[in-house]
Write a protein that binds this ligand. Sequence first.
Ligand code: PRP
Ligand code: URA
Length: 207
Amino acid sequence: MPVHLISHPVARALLTQLRDKQTPSPLFRQYAQRLSVLIATEAMRDLPTEVITVETPLGPAEGARIATDVVVVPVLRAGLGMLEAVLSVVPHARVGHIGLQRDEATAVASQYYAKFPVGLDASEVLLIDPMLATGGSAVASLELLASRGARRLRLLCIVAAPEGIAEVERHFPDVQVYTAAIDSHLNAQKFIVPGLGDFGDRLFGTV
Ligand code: PRP
Ligand code: URA
């Protein structure tokens, strides 16, 4: 399974700010958005394009536009921290939602919501969830999307644990993963080390 590491210096600087426990929610949201633009841009590098011609003030210019339907699916709630950024990169994308909650004791994710646009089989589907820890949430989301017809799937995250990458690879060897970091390991509570803590809590100030 290809894993794409977004290691641009700007991305590394933003990730460092996200990791810093002193970063308050308003700044955390801003940094998450900026970093997600970089991740989304890289994740769409190989999307098909078609040639179009526009008129500049000096005459015609040949250019390109994205020639495929794109569906973005944030995993609630932390995935919402990446959504506006991804939509700023592909404004014509349609949006689905998956609600998952990890049990704090077992770290097993259970689904509480799902709603998708029609025609997933003909779309590039970008699953967005900032934290890939055990991989349980990602695999559950990918299985749900596949069962609804999605065939071309990519996973965009901000921090991934080796355990989560291995779990996604075991179930979905063809899914490309884009991440700004591959961290050391999971702790006993299945949090990513060093990670950045609970992304959803830091994003929404529920700590
Ligand atoms: C977090 C995160 C992922 C999941 C990753 O969500 O956003 O969805 O944990 O963990 P996993 O790889 O072990 O499944 P959480 O369940 O804490 O919910 P939240 O987004 O509502 O905070
Ligand atoms: N979810 C988070 O928000 N952080 C982790 O480290 C693991 C799961």
